[in-house]
Design a binder for this molecule. Structure first.
Ligand code: 5RP
Length: 235
């Protein structure tokens, strides 16, 4: 089975959760793309949903398939967001932002009743951090922001190269929000909550790619089937 087929299998599990009349958040990336393809087919067959996209790229794809896309201001409360992830641990803590859409992805996930992650099993890790943690920062004062992230992350036990993301042509990668991304190669993040907390102290930091307490359910597709990971219900 190809990785693409696995991504599609995970997306198929998530599409089964979609009901007529739902307000949906649409994720970004190659796995989310499969979900949007499947959703487009359902819409063509008569499904009535309204969607908020987490990136311009996703919006273009969704509209091209005839999916109704509105802004989050028009629909500020969503039923379900389906998105991919760069890493996920057994507590459903995520690293996201490989596609550079982490800020809108987090805003949309926070506005949703449920967030479901779809991925292939290679994204499942014991300790998150091998995938460089993306952090969205404002262009103003980039060096100062970089230095402060480095220092505070070290206090939280995270050290490693912090690199500004580049576009394919070598220029600075610019997010849909006009910001830059710093990719932090920490290797392992033993205390994600602590790191997330200290990062909020950096004024130039817009948002980080640690999604803690967002994901309710994950479908992880492997060659032996799709694993379902669910968060503990609140008591
Ligand atoms: C984009 C993301 C993506 O969900 C993440 O990078 C996973 O992408 P893919 O499904 O292509 O592996 O966070 O900002």
């Amino acid at each position: 089975m190809t990785t693409d087929a696995l991504k599609s299998a995970a997306a198929a599990e998530a599409i089964a959760l979609v009901e007529n009349g739902m307000k949906l958040g649409l994720g970004t990336g190659s796995t989310a793309k499969h979900f949007i393809d499947l959703l487009g087919a359902k819409v063509k067959a008569g499904l009535d949903v309204v969607c908020v996209a987490t990136s311009k790229q996703t919006e273009v794809q969704a509209r091209s398939l005839g999916i109704r896309v509105v802004t989050l201001d028009e629909e500020p409360y969503l039923d379900l967001t389906v998105d991919g992830a760069d890493e996920i641990d057994s507590e459903l803590r995520l690293i996201k932002g490989g596609g550079g859409a982490l800020l809108r992805e987090k805003i949309v996930a926070a506005a949703s009743e449920r967030m479901v992650v779809i991925a292939d099993t290679t994204k499942k890790v014991k300790v998150i951090g091998k995938f460089p943690l993306p952090i969205e920062v404002v262009p103003f004062g980039l060096k100062a922001t970089h230095a402060m992230i480095e220092a505070l992350a070290a206090e939280a036990g995270c050290k490693g190269a912090i690199l500004q993301r580049k576009a394919k042509d070598g220029s600075a990668f610019v997010t849909d929000n006009g910001n830059f991304i710093l990719d932090c190669g920490f290797g392992r993040i033993d205390e994600p909550e602590e790191l997330a907390e200290v990062l909020t102290l950096v004024p130039g930091m817009v948002e980080h790619g640690l999604f803690i307490g967002y994901c309710d359910l994950a479908f992880l597709a492997g060659t032996n089937g799709v694993e379902r990971l669910e968060s503990e219900p609140d008591v």
